[in-house]
Design a protein around this ligand. Structure first.
Ligand code: AHR
Length: 715
């Protein structure tokens, strides 16, 4: 055995100690959590050469959640032509001041349910049902009341335009064909024909004790339908309320028939048959570049016969029968094709027209070939209505409807979500539509609703569609995980239209966490807007009302803009989208990043059952665009975490940078914070000026925040 001298032994011990120390240091470093390095976001401004799509941000709309009836369409009367139900006059009730009064209301002449002794009350092919008020003993005021769409909004110093068709007693015996059985319904009471004279029209409290506005029409003695109009104006000291009803009343005996009862408040730009002012203003403020309409499921309808019937949505509202809709309630079609087109004009947007393509929600389809031809022809007619000049049949019709100038149109979408059509008929249907549309209108681009990236086996074969529509409804984790999906897309494939997308968290409108998901997703679309040429969130609107039994006005949770009869508000997502569209340049600025902290996404039940590992997703998201004329740079950064986050920002490849910049932030303390109909502005953007901007500067991002920094740069 080797023996050591003392000196050797001491030297050896020192070496061991040194080695131990080194080992300690090394292991210390290894086991201590790595010191987080500041994230660095570097903008390469010299290479900002790729165009941002000029139509990147638009809107998507359909009749869902009472978006139009009980929403944007300003009509206040629910079930105005009495076709919402075949069995009862929904939304309507009998009013009588005195409980001992003898009076009744009845829905009559409702399509095939018409008892043969109650015919002759249709006004035209659209208005085939009506409401009958029978007054045997009035004992004061007796009438009909409409509850509106969860209330009638009353505002001070406001003039409402009321109108309705009415006719008085007709005592002639109803016609009965020889082969028809005798009537089974009891005959009308024999009452004095006393209907002519004043009829009172009012907006009043639900208990009838407060009259907010009132007027009178003078009903002429006639057995024919006649339309009457009257303006109702509220006083300046009226307190806003939606606890009100609309009443048409009399104090005389008689039998009265009513149809197309309408009440309009002032509308956006005072357009007749127009839009609710607050909702329209919110949309205009978003500066959308296009509007995708009329759906969504609303385009398709439950059955083959229920596709959006654009032809019967034209002309005077008295000629519009309405249709079944796709979300469990009838659509009045008061907001019809022309109104959709004018809505675009009002917003400075252009229409993105979706045409019915022969597939319905119940899964039926029309085969390509001769059976589909009438549908293709119908789409060609519709396009002609939109862009044909006055010399064309449908262009002339549009001119007759009050809009001689053709509208703008670049994109026509063929159907909606046709990946649901498991028969694989879309290939043939799409091609038949595209061939016909592009032959007549070579300037138009047809959009396919089946993206090959998502449904490779169902994609359109042969000539690739120029644009495909992708839909994403996700939670915020999925949005964060997939925010960079377009970074990897093939640039030689079709352009992408993200025609429906949303982070679905929060109800009825989305919360802050959803807005953080949305913002992250939008940074990805913006960075890739050479490829993603258009995008629109869905659904846009939700009526957040509930009735006294707790039944909700809406069918779809997580929507962008909420309202009741009186008020409206934007979700945090609304504000984020508005800001993204406002603060946008025309060139994409390439960005590189370092040290972005990652976070572990929770496992879904299914993933944990399958033993999957948690995924790492970034905590910070970013995009930058610049206006190459003004030199203004727009940097968007999302911090999805509860922590304040330092970031270093480098502006490479630029001459001068102004020291002051504008900062706009949407943020909150907790991810589930939100705006509601009673707390409408809890989360709204806050703007400030920040100083000390240089070619390299630092910022502290607020927790749960979306920050937009607008920086002035120069050569
Ligand atoms: O946006 C709600 C619905 O989601 C749309 O109607 C439909 O296209 C999609 O499935």
């Amino acid at each position: 055995m080797k023996k050591f001298s003392n000196v050797e032994f001491i030297m050896k011990q020192k070496t061991v100690k040194k080695l131990r120390l080194l080992l300690l240091i090394a292991t210390g470093f290894a086991f201590k959590p790595a010191l987080a390095q500041t994230p660095v976001i570097t903008l390469n401004l010299a290479n900002a050469n790729t165009n941002v799509s000029p139509m990147l941000y638009g809107l998507m709309t359909e009749e869902i959640n009472h978006s139009y009836d009980g929403g944007l369409y300003a009509e206040l009367i629910r079930n105005r032509i009495f076709k919402d139900s075949k069995t009862s006059p929904e939304g309507w009730s009998l009013v009588k001041d005195n409980p001992s009064a003898q009076a009744a209301i009845k829905l009559i002449a409702a399509e095939e349910h018409v008892p043969n002794d109650e015919r002759r009350n249709a006004i035209n092919g659209a208005m085939i049902a009506c409401l009958r008020l029978t007054v045997e003993k009035p004992e004061g005021k007796v009438g009909i009341a409409n509850e509106g769409y969860w209330g009638i909004p009353v505002n001070p110093s406001t003039t409402y335009k009321a109108s309705f068709y009415i006719k008085g007693t007709d005592r002639r015996e109803p016609p009965r064909r020889a082969w028809e059985p005798k009537p089974t319904t009891p005959p009308l009471p024999v009452i004095e024909n006393n209907t002519p004279g004043p009829i009172t029209v009012s907006i009043e409290s639900n208990d009838g004790k407060t009259i907010y506005a009132t007027g009178t029409i003078n009903l002429e003695k006639s057995i024919y339908w006649k339309q009457y109009e009257v303006n109702l104006t509220t006083a300046s000291d009226v307190k806003p309320t939606k606890d009100a009803r609309f009443v048409i009343s009399t104090n005389r005996t008689g039998v009265y028939y009513f149809n197309l009862v309408s009440l309009f408040p002032p509308t956006y730009n005072n357009q007749p048959n127009g839009f609710r002012v607050d909702l329209m203003q919110m949309l205009v403020n978003m500066k959308p570049k296009f509007l995708r309409f009329p759906g969504g499921n609303f385009l398709e309808g439950p059955t083959i016969n229920d596709g959006f019937p654009w032809k019967t949505t034209l002309g005077p509202i008295a000629n519009r029968p309405g249709h079944s809709g796709s979300w469990g309630y009838r659509a009045s079609d008061g907001l019809g094709l022309l109104e959709f087109l004018e809505w675009n004009e009002d917003m400075g947007a252009e229409p993105l027209l979706a045409v019915y393509a022969g597939y319905s929600l119940d899964g039926d389809h029309v085969d390509a070939g001769p059976l589909l031809k009438p549908y293709v022809d119908d789409a060609l007619d519709e396009i002609e209505y939109v862009i044909g000049d006055k010399s064309t049949y449908w262009g002339a019709k549009r001119a007759e409807d009050g809009h001689p100038e053709p509208f703008k149109l670049k994109y026509v979408e063929i159907g909606n979500e046709d990946w649901f059509d498991r028969s694989n008929s879309y290939d043939g249907r799409f091609k038949q539509f595209r061939n016909a549309i592009e032959a007549k209108y070579p300037q138009l681009t047809c959009i396919s609703t089946i993206p090959a990236t998502q449904y490779p086996s169902m994609k359109v074969t042969g000539k690739e569609p120029a644009v495909v529509d992708e839909h994403y409804y996700r939670n915020s984790w999925d949005m964060w995980e997939n925010a960079s999906q377009y970074d990897k897309y093939d640039r030689n494939g079709p352009k992408i239209f993200v025609g429906e997308w949303a982070t679905r968290e929060g109800a009825p409108t989305t919360n802050l966490n959803a807005a953080l998901g949305d913002a992250a997703w939008m940074t990805g679309m913006e960075r890739n807007s050479d490829l993603v040429i258009m995008s629109c969130y869905a659904p846009l609107f939700v009526n957040v009302s509930k009735d006294s039994a707790g039944h909700r006005a809406w069918q779809w949770d997580s929507d962008l803009i909420g309202y009741d009869a009186l008020n409206s508000y934007g979700s945090p997502s609304y504000y984020v989208q508005k800001l993204f569209s406002h603060y946008l340049g025309n060139k994409i600025v390439p960005v590189t990043v370092a040290n972005i902290p990652m976070q572990k996404a929770p496992l879904s039940r299914r993933d944990s059952a399958e033993g999957k590992a948690q995924k790492s997703v970034p905590t910070i998201f970013y995009s930058a665009t610049m206006n190459d004329t003004t030199g203004t740079l727009y940097l968007k950064i999302v911090n999805t975490t509860a922590k304040k986050q330092d970031v270093k920002i480098n502006l490479d490849g630029i001459g001068k940078v102004a020291p002051d910049a504008a900062l706009v932030v949407v943020k909150g303390d907790k991810p589930d914070e939100t705006n509601t109909i009673t707390n409408r502005e809890k989360i709204i953007p806050v703007t400030e000026t920040i100083k000390g901007i240089k070619k390299s500067f630092s910022r502290k991002l607020d927790p749960y925040s979306v920050s937009i920094i607008e920086i002035k740069t120069g050569k």
